[in-house]
Design a protein around this ligand. Structure first.
Ligand code: 5AD
Ligand code: SF4
Length: 462
């Protein structure tokens, strides 16, 4: 394979969660340090990377389809380098599939090997064979001081914990991302201070399981302590954290969200099911009653809280009655948004084995999903309607993707607000009045002046 020269163009496909989006920023940072430049389209690139997600089968099929499509492009330009990384790289089935069906792929590397990217590219340059570099043991350490090319100048993602030890029986993440490893607080705080100096105003603390943060460090320092320390960083205005587990979501953490005004009142708490037998089979460590109690305590401490969730329908063995428990829970909680999925069997997980004997048909599962969505959308719209006439602070993100004549902004509770277009408002905070509510977004108009732009100091030391 040819060695890529400085000035070569790269394109990265990114699938899945924010952890993957953050990994893409780090890979782009490495590539730009090596002198490569971003390409607009994969067809125009010398290096194409697929940063993949393994959480459901549909995401995987999309990747296989796109890799197949690039075969013809590479036949025209044999010097093109194609790599697959991210969660799918950690599945042995993927490497087997590539060997059999996609000989035009040059390299495969795992979620733990991102910092070795320059080395992996150099190794691939010396061989025509597929280079495979995936993590094999669970004992990986956290690697610090990675380069990065952040894709937004106002909002930044910051990893705080990698991996997940929870082993929900449907989920592949513990197998692809390994055990929980927290970054040291001083490393995280140093990174956020540097971001603040560069003019970033919002940070989202990332992890598959952010409320497990710190447990592996053994110092007693946890997410609540971290939020209190981030609160003290000048220049950062909003702080978010994703994703939490309803198990071990402590009262101390709820109180920290209530006490630190930079921490947004948005709680993403995947419930997965409203039925206790299914929750037990899923290995979720909480009951329906525990979850409802958590919601009650959150609303008591943070009355403005928006609560969003993830739900799986058609888990192996889920009966119609058990599914109805989920519908009832959705009604009882009143979620502000819900990401809903049909159960997808993942190789190597316990639930995939149970799924072979599941009497419920795919038609029925699809129908359950439709019923759940219909209920959730109606409730969501009603919750949004309560906000008409209210004033709230938003961060203006830029032109709306669907309607570029309008600006898209976000509330602290993570709702989208569309505003009439105005020059110079993107990237700034302002107060808006909500004028209309829809299921997926609000409409509003600016009231009062936007916050003045923060001046970025000339020299940045971190
Ligand atoms: N099938 C369907 N949905 C899944 N999720 C995780 N694993 C699966 C699976 N095997 C969902 C969960 C999780 C979200 C990120 O993806 O709801 O919270
Ligand atoms: Fe997967 Fe469960 Fe870990 Fe979330 S908590 S990443 S669903 S194993």
């Amino acid at each position: 394979m040819t060695r890529l020269a400085p000035g070569a163009k790269y394109f990265i496909y990114t699938y899945g969660c924010q952890m993957n989006e953050r990994d893409t920023e780090i890979m782009a940072g490495f590539l730009e340090e090596m002198g490569y430049e971003a390409a607009e389209r994969p067809e125009a690139a010398d290096l194409v990377l697929f940063n993949t997600c393994a959480i459901r089968e549909t995401a995987e099929q999309h990747v296989f389809g796109e890799i197949g499509r690039l075969k013809a492009v590479k036949a025209e330009r044999p010097e093109m380098v194609i790599g697959l990384c991210g969660c799918m790289a950690q599945e042995p089935e993927t490497v087997e599939w590539i060997r059999r069906h996609a000989p035009h792929v040059n390299l495969v590397f795992g979620t733990h090997n991102i910092h070795e990217l320059p080395d992996i590219l150099a190794r691939a340059a010396d061989t025509d064979q597929l280079v495979v570099d995936v993590w094999k043991s669970a004992g990986e350490e956290v690697v610090e001081n990675l380069p990065s090319r952040r894709l937004d100048g106002v909002k930044a993602w910051v990893n705080i914990i990698y991996g997940c030890d929870k082993y929900c029986t449907y989920c592949i993440v513990p197998y692809t991302r390994g055990r929980e490893r927290s970054r040291r607080p001083e490393d995280i705080l140093r990174e956020i201070r540097a971001l603040a100096l560069q003019g970033y105003k919002e940070v989202t603390l990332l992890g598959q399981n952010v409320n497990a943060y710190g447990r592996d460090l053994g110092t007693g320092y946890d997410l609540a302590d971290l939020l209190a320390d981030v609160q003290k960083i000048d220049g950062i205005r909003w702080v978010r954290y994703l994703t939490s587990h309803p198990w071990q979501f402590t009262q101390k953490l709820i109180d920290a969200v209530a006490a630190n005004d930079k921490v947004c009142e948005h709680f993403h708490l995947p419930v997965q099911s409203g039925n206790n037998r299914i929750l037990r089979k899923m290995n979720r460590h909480y009951t329906r009653e525990d979850y409802l109690d958590l919601v009650r305590r959150i609303r008591e401490a943070v009355p403005e809280a928006s609560i969003t969730t993830d739900i799986i329908v058609g888990f192996p063995g889920e009966t119609e009655e058990e599914f109805q428990d989920t519908l009832r829970l959705v009604e009882e909680v009143g979620f502000d948004n819900a990401f809903t999925f049909i159960y997808s069997p993942r190789p190597g997980t316990p639930a995939a084995v149970w799924n072979r004997r599941d009497p419920t048909s795919m038609e029925e599962k699809k129908e359950r999903l439709l019923r759940l969505n219909e209920l959730q959308y109606a409730l969501q719209r009603k919750r949004n309607e309560r906000l008409v006439g209210r004033r709230m602070e938003v961060l203006v993100e830029g032109p709306s993707k669907k309607n570029p004549a309008r600006l898209s902004a976000r509330t602290r509770t993570n709702r989208i607000v569309l505003l009439p277009h105005e020059e110079g408002l993107a990237g700034r905070f302002c107060e808006v009045e909500i004028t209309r509510a829809h299921t997926w977004y609000l409409e509003g108009r600016r009231v009062g002046e936007p916050l003045p732009e923060r001046r970025v100091p000339l020299a940045v030391h971190s």
